[in-house]
Design a protein around this ligand. Structure first.
Ligand code: NAD
Length: 354
């Protein structure tokens, strides 16, 4: 556990509005932010919802930009900013998951506009001051106060339609923030409490969502867990797991949530003995063995289990291991190339962690 007698912690100053039906407070929340001409952002997939929201807001929304895309391409941000300026917008509403939230952050990073986020996945980006963006195939990450969304609305009703497969991988993506949070170099007792309860909430909710995706209580519990796990991501440093997922996503174009979901049991098992005390409360949630417990849990939910099923070639594994050990993030266990190659081999194959 984190040492409760000696720590430094920084939490991000965001306003969180949580609950069924809280979508109805958007106009009020915009007013509190001083926004009277919002540009509504979404992906093409959620375009209809974004248009319905803009229609409901009337004059408070000046338009919809429905072209948010994974990894926040800079050319998309530039197009959105031209539209933002042409329409005379004075703030953004991001309706969606990490891709749409990334676009809102990218705009705010450039013009410091207020952001209101209506989060509809479990990825957690809405509560971090971190932006990853891509230009000419290169992904860079920036951290700045202007990137942190000012207000986040979590309305579980808006997650009822999140497809089951995505709910599972997104939920495991959220858990990964918490698992790395408990052993972070800069861990603290408050982030640890949030991490443990976040994982507990998702562990309880995800099987219920798989059984009944419209279970409102389970959706609420999962979203609560996602908020806690995202807050941990925004508060303490991440380690090997996030480094491996950034490598696999950035260099091999693997999908974000699925990659996190496959890697998590393997990276948790890798660090289990080096961070045994810190990880004990999480291990207890999964029958005592964190790696195997998470692997069985993910399998039971029908999550993807093998990197080869995401299109990674076996011949890419050596390169992935080389990249992953280059400029490693701090990690509780030394990151040695052969051990990482073996870990990647098991994750590629879909074998249980060791
Ligand atoms: P996503 O935002 O790409 O969403 C995937 C798809 O699901 C999109 O088409 C989206 O419109 C749709 N969708 C979202 N919510 C839905 C709902 N409730 N019902 C139906 N469809 C819905 O996926 P994601 O996993 O949330 O985000 C991934 C991206 O976020 C990656 O680019 C990742 O790097 C970034 N991310 C950033 C941070 C950060 O702190 N900077 C944290 C986590 C993720």
């Amino acid at each position: 556990m984190a040492d409760a007698s000696n720590f430094i912690c920084t939490f991000n100053p965001a306003r969180i509005v949580f609950g069924v039906g809280k979508r109805a407070t958007i106009a009020e929340e915009l007013e509190a932010l001083g926004v009277s001409r919002a540009l509504v952002l979404s992906t093409q997939f959620q375009k209809q919802d974004a248009e319905a929201l803009a229609a409901e807001l009337g004059e408070k929304a000046v338009g919809v930009f429905p072209d948010a895309a994974m990894h926040t391409p800079v050319h998309v941000t530039e197009t959105a900013m031209t539209i933002y300026n042409d329409l005379g917008a004075d703030g953004v509403i991001a309706l969606g998951g990490g891709s749409t939230i990334g676009l809102g952050k990218a705009i705010a990073y450039r013009n410091d506009c207020p952001q209101l986020v209506i989060a509809t996945t479990y990825a957690g980006s809405e509560v971090t001051p971190i932006l990853g963006q891509t230009e000419n195939g290169v992904k860079t990450t920036v951290r700045a106060a202007s990137i942190l969304p000012e207000t986040v609305i979590y309305d579980p009703e808006l997650t009822l339609g999140l497809p089951v497969g995505m709910s599972v991988t997104s939920g495991l993506n959220a858990m990964a923030h918490a698992v790395e949070g408990v052993y972070a170099q800069d861990r603290n007792p408050v982030a640890t409490m949030m991490a443990v309860d976040g994982v507990r909430a998702l562990r309880d909710a995800l099987p219920q969502i798989v059984a009944d995706p419209k279970d409102a209580a389970a959706r609420s519990e999962a979203l609560y867990g996602a908020w806690l796990c995202g807050t941990v991501l925004g508060s303490v440093g991440m380690a090997l797991h996030h480094k491996l997922c950034h490598t696999l996503g950035g260099s091999f174009d693997l999908p974000h949530a699925e990659t996190h979901s496959i890697m998590l049991p393997h990276t948790a098992a890798f660090n289990a003995s080096a961070a045994a005390e810190a990880m004990q409360p999480l291990a207890d949630l999964f029958g005592g063995d964190i790696g195997k417990g998470l692997w069985e849990f993910a399998k039971g939910l029908g999550a993807p289990m093998a990197l080869k099923d995401l299109g990674l070639k076996e011949t890419d594994l050596d390169k992935a291991a080389d990249l992953a050990v280059k400029n490693p993030y701090w990690n509780p266990r030394p990151v040695e190339r052969d051990a990482i190659r073996a870990l990647l081999g098991r994750a590629w194959e879909g074998a249980a962690p060791e």
